[in-house]
Design a protein around this ligand. Structure first.
Ligand SMILES: *Cc1c(COP(=O)(O)O)cnc(C)c1O
Length: 370
């Protein structure tokens, strides 16, 4: 039985009527850019994330970029983040001419290790971007404490973590700004690109809103240089339908994670490292990432059997050719490099059946027997 990594069609067939009615509503209104659908989605997602303000933007990448612009990041400023993340967390810093400064991850959670942050702070440091990787939030208390004491901005990359919690606080609501992605494969995915900046800070919200539309303060009056970072109404209408189902999907993902844990144990796969849920977290399992010492051979074997997997991420960002000028060497961030060699994401999407999960684990067990 083939098991895809993700099956968006399986989700769509359960939503077809609702989605088509929502898109039809936008078509009938002929209001495609911003407008009431986007505004309603902004308040709904902000409320869901326990934030006062939401500003819909064109992607998760642009959410990060516009958040950094809103805090006025300048060339040669330094921004601290993880080297073990999707490219955009770091690319957005570099695009403003600022310098990404890396801190290694906690090997158990794959998230920024707070104990390593203080050592890399310099007079040029302006902000910290913790990434809530795979759907689990970083250890925020110590990061918040450092940011407050050292007077740094905190921008949460919550692109993989909408609705995730740390001590009952929602992802994106703890820092000065939070960034969400609605890329189709994210837990709350649109039918195209989209994202949102969320915040509790009224002046920052205002600045993001302005930057999203070319820095326009009032019609044709530009007090800053922004860009076109707008979310469109069709995406907002689709996302409003999907948001109503998000908690049920999260529960299904958590249930599937529990099923994997039981299956791995019953197949005697104790040597596979499974995701670790840190205390006081709501893990939303955007990904279910395991580790294998024979990852590449295992991946090839699973591929042959029709089981979808992915590597998040094969090359840590400090080793990317485009960041060579930063001067980081191989070996600089051993936990990130170790994870990059061993991690493998398995299917975890809500519509996955127990039989499909059994198939995935059976194939892994067969691989380990020979
Ligand atoms: C997906 C993702 C982004 C970028 O979001 P896009 O909507 O694809 O631009 C940024 N950071 C992380 C950690 C992501 O997973």
């Amino acid at each position: 039985m083939a098991v895809p990594l993700l099956d968006l069609k399986a989700q769509y067939v359960t939503l077809r009527q609702e989605i088509q009615a929502a898109i039809e509503r936008v078509l009938e209104s002929q209001q495609f850019i911003l407008g009431p659908e986007v505004e309603t989605l902004e308040s709904e997602v902000a409320a869901y994330s326990a934030c006062r303000y939401g500003i819909g933007v064109s992607s998760g990448t642009d959410a990060l970029l516009v958040a950094l612009m809103a805090i006025d990041i300048q060339p040669d400023d330094e921004v601290i983040t993880s080297p073990y993340t999707f490219f955009a967390s770091v690319g957005s810093i570099a695009r403003l001419g600022a310098r990404p400064v890396f801190v290694d991850i906690d090997p158990l959670t794959y998230n920024l290790d707070p104990a390593r942050i203080e050592a890399v702070i310099t007079p040029r440091t302006r902000a910290i971007i913790p990434v809530h990787l795979f759907g689990q939030m970083a250890d925020m208390d110590p990061i918040l404490e450092i940011a407050a004491r050292r007077n740094l901005f905190l921008i949460e990359d919550a692109a993989q973590a909408v609705g995730a919690e740390y001590k009952d606080k929602r992802a994106g609501s703890l820092g000065h700004l939070g960034c969400l992605s609605f890329f189709p494969s994210k837990n709350l995915g649109g039918y195209g690109d989209g994202g949102m900046v969320i915040t509790n800070d009224a002046p920052l919200a205002q600045r993001v809103r302005q930057l999203r539309s070319h820095g326009e303060q009032s019609r044709y009056e530009h007090t800053r240089v922004g860009g076109n970072f707008r979310l469109d109404a069709i995406q907002a209408a689709v996302l409003r339908v999907k948001l109503r189902h998000l908690d049920a999907w999260t529960a299904a993902r958590q249930h599937n994670a529990g099923t994997y844990r039981r299956l791995f144990a019953s197949h005697g796969l104790g040597e596979m490292s499974l995701p670790v849920e840190a205390p006081q977290r709501r893990h939303i399992y955007n990904q279910f990432v395991v580790q294998s010492a024979h990852r590449d051979v295992l991946l090839a074997r699973l591929q042959r059997e029709g089981i979808g997997t992915a590597i998040y991420y094969p090359t840590p960002l400090h080793l990317q050719p485009c960041f060579a000028a930063l001067g980081y060497e191989r070996g600089a961030f051993p936990h990130s490099e170790y994870a990059a060699r061993r991690s493998l994401a398995l299917p975890i999407y809500p519509e996955l059946t127990p039989a499909m999960q059994e198939e995935v684990v059976r194939a892994i067990a067969a691989f380990h027997r020979n």
